[in-house]
Design a protein around this ligand. Structure first.
Ligand code: PLP
Length: 370
């Protein structure tokens, strides 16, 4: 990847701390799946997965798409990998790479069994998804008897795990619903376990589920956003996973009565201003709605606001009165006193997941463990 001006510094020690926090809710025998889909929520899937493997912080990895799983294998990752959103056109490659798919409906199940049969395999692993109320993907309660019949007939495949996904584990107002999902999962997974010989790994909880419903940890939990520093319970327990920074590339004195940037939305109507230009824009993941003063970046200990519209590859901040020179580093988000990705999410009326996954490929990831 070419060297760029904008860097996402990934703090491996903080990510390790966050995983250990989630581990603290678990029995010693409960496994932990680190979810590294969407380029590890923007943090760089191959590098982060290799680090997690080296530090023995994860028992399993979860990705969304086949290309993501295969990228990890090509990068040398050896941990077990589950492909959560596999489609049906890559089963053969997935099996060859030992990246086993989630199977969530009868069509996919039949096709997967066919592919395994053609390859002359038996007991080919897959991960069986149950719908306990999310209503996105997965087998429903009334499907279970026929599902069991198919599993008993098709010995070329075997569910090495059975799982479901919680819809609202982070919201107390939905706790009764979450408990009903837990109960339904217990019931459905028991029916399946009772009818097959090899006991599958059972898993239900995501990050907020692990913090708030650890009694339902079953054999494994799946930790995504928690690893990347967002807690549903106590934000002070987690550490900032990454810092987005770039240098100032130019500083201008803009006289009274002028405007800054596209559409002339930045105005110097209250006097001359000192404007610093940064080599980072909305194409990098700095959402355009952070412009026109909606966000502040950290420069030499102070927090000047953006001014004018965010451009595709650049943006401007109003550093009037702040001593700074071209080349000085600016922290866009990261540890206090800079704003965090969670603060950005509040400004943008979204969730930290979307801030992290919006970091563009051209933002260089740099890893540190201290
Ligand atoms: C993305 C995902 C997770 C991780 O969820 P977090 O809220 O980030 O912990 C877990 N399980 C499934 C099925 C997912 O798709």
């Amino acid at each position: 990847m070419p060297l760029s001006h904008t860097r996402l510094l990934v703090h491996l020690d903080h990510i390790a701390h966050n995983l250990n926090y989630f581990r603290s809710f678990l029995q010693p025998t409960t496994k932990l799946m680190a979810v590294v889909k969407a380029n590890a929520y923007g943090h760089g899937a191959v590098a982060l997965s290799l680090a997690l493997e080296r530090m023995k912080l994860a028992d399993y990895l979860g990705v969304a798409f086949p290309c993501e799983g295969i990228e990890l294998r090509k990068g040398g990752v050896t941990l077990p990998i589950i492909v959560l959103t596999p489609g049906t056109s890559s089963f053969s490659e997935l099996i060859e790479n030992q990246t086993y798919p989630e199977i969530a409906n009868f069509e996919a199940l039949k096709l997967y069994a066919q592919v395994a049969k053609q390859k002359g395999l038996s007991q080919t692993p897959f991960h069986l998804a149950l719908d306990t109320g999310m209503h996105r993907v997965g087998f429903e309660p009334e499907h279970i008897p026929f599902l069991i019949e198919i599993l008993q007939k098709n010995r070329e495949i075997t569910p090495i795990s059975v799982f479901s996904h919680l819809a609202a584990a982070d919201e107390a107002q939905h706790d009764l619903f979450t408990q009903s999902q837990i109960d339904l999962f217990t019931q459905m997974s028991r029916q399946i376990c009772d009818s097959i010989t090899q006991k599958p790994i059972l898993h239900l909880l995501n990050s907020p589920g692990t913090e708030r419903f650890s009694h339902a940890q079953f054999d494994m939990v799946r930790i995504g956003i928690g690893m990347y520093g967002t807690s549903a319970v106590d934000q002070s327990r987690l550490k900032n996973p990454s810092t987005l920074c770039c240098p100032i590339i130019q500083i201008k004195e803009v006289p009274f009565g002028e405007t800054v940037g596209y559409g002339r939305h930045g105005k110097t109507i209250d006097g001359a201003k000192t404007i610093a230009t940064l080599p980072v824009g909305y194409a990098d993941g700095v959402n355009r709605h952070l412009g026109r003063g909606a966000c502040k970046f950290l420069v030499n200990g102070l927090l000047p606001p953006t001014i004018g519209n965010i451009c595709m590859d650049m943006c401007m901040i109003d550093i009037t009165g702040i001593p700074a020179r071209p080349g000085d580093m600016v922290t866009l988000f990261g540890a206090s006193p800079a704003l965090t990705a969670i603060d950005w999410a509040k400004i943008l009326d979204t969730i930290s997941y979307e801030i992290y996954t919006s970091m563009a490929k051209r933002v260089q990831r740099i890893y540190s463990d201290h």
